[in-house]
Design a binder for this molecule. Structure first.
Ligand code: COA
Length: 212
């Protein structure tokens, strides 16, 4: 290994060691604080996960980069496992954030959903997939944001994510949109078309919307 590569690998290992919890939440504010602010390997670590996610989804460019996270209002949930040698390995990411969306239902009615909570990127390393890691990461996100899976919009969900949501949350029915976001029918349960408070609705837990 060349000196430069060794230096970078050491930086990534040092950054990984800082992920002490099973799920860590990073956002612009956290990245300005210790220990994340001065961690030289953090960009390589997160950008590497972002590239792996893009490759798994067949995307040309990564959706998740640390520089983008530093500049915006998105949250990155990082899942970390402990390797047999005791080292920590961040192996999963879930990026979420607000977007203004327009949604058309099957009858042609549309509504604006300002500040809609969206899943923007979701990835678990291939070696750990289908072992419940994604479910734990996703549940941590819902708990931290007091959200329900049906109250979230999904940006271009892959077939794996559609299967994941069907399996863990029973979500299956939606009207395909031109913007490729998926919003499940349960999102609108009881709300009239044209409702103006789509953002507030999305942020409320399902129990407060009368869904149990
Ligand atoms: N094919 C079909 N469904 C799959 C799948 C695959 N290769 N991998 C996961 N799933 C779905 C299935 O419903 C599966 O249940 P099953 O094994 O009983 O069929 C369920 O997810 C497993 O749940 P869990 O183990 O908690 O999820 P995970 O750790 O595998 O994480 C993803 C789920 C989607 C994050 C993960 O599969 C992944 O990173 N996929 C590649 C990237 C991707 O497609 N991301 C979605 C962004 S739009």
């Amino acid at each position: 290994m060349r000196a430069n590569e060794k230096w970078r690998a050491e930086g990534v290992a040092a950054a990984a060691a800082q992920f002490k919890e099973e799920v860590t939440i990073l956002d612009a504010a956290a990245l300005k604080r210790s220990p994340w602010a001065q961690l030289r390997g953090l960009d390589d670590l997160i950008d590497g996960l972002g590239r792996a996610s893009a490759a798994a989804q067949g995307l040309k460019a990564a959706v998740t980069t640390l520089s983008h996270l530093r500049a915006g209002d998105q949250r990155l949930y990082v899942y970390t496992t402990v390797e047999p040698d005791g080292s920590r390995a961040p192996i999963g990411l879930l990026k979420v954030g607000p977007k203004t969306l327009y949604h058309w239902d099957a009858t042609g009615n549309h509504r604006c959903l300002p500040n809609q909570l969206c899943v923007l990127d979701f990835y678990v390393a291939e070696r750990a997939q289908r072992q419940g890691v994604g479910a734990r990461l996703f549940a941590a996100f819902l708990a931290a944001e007091s959200a329900a899976a049906a109250a979230v919009a999904y940006d271009r969900p892959s077939p794996k994510l559609l299967a994941f949501l069907r399996k863990h949350y029973g979500l299956a029915r939606y009207t395909p949109q031109r913007n490729n976001y998926v919003i499940y029918e349960e999102f609108f349960g009881g709300a009239k078309c044209g409702a103006k408070n789509g953002d507030a609705l999305a942020r409320r837990p399902l129990t407060s919307r009368g869904v149990h």
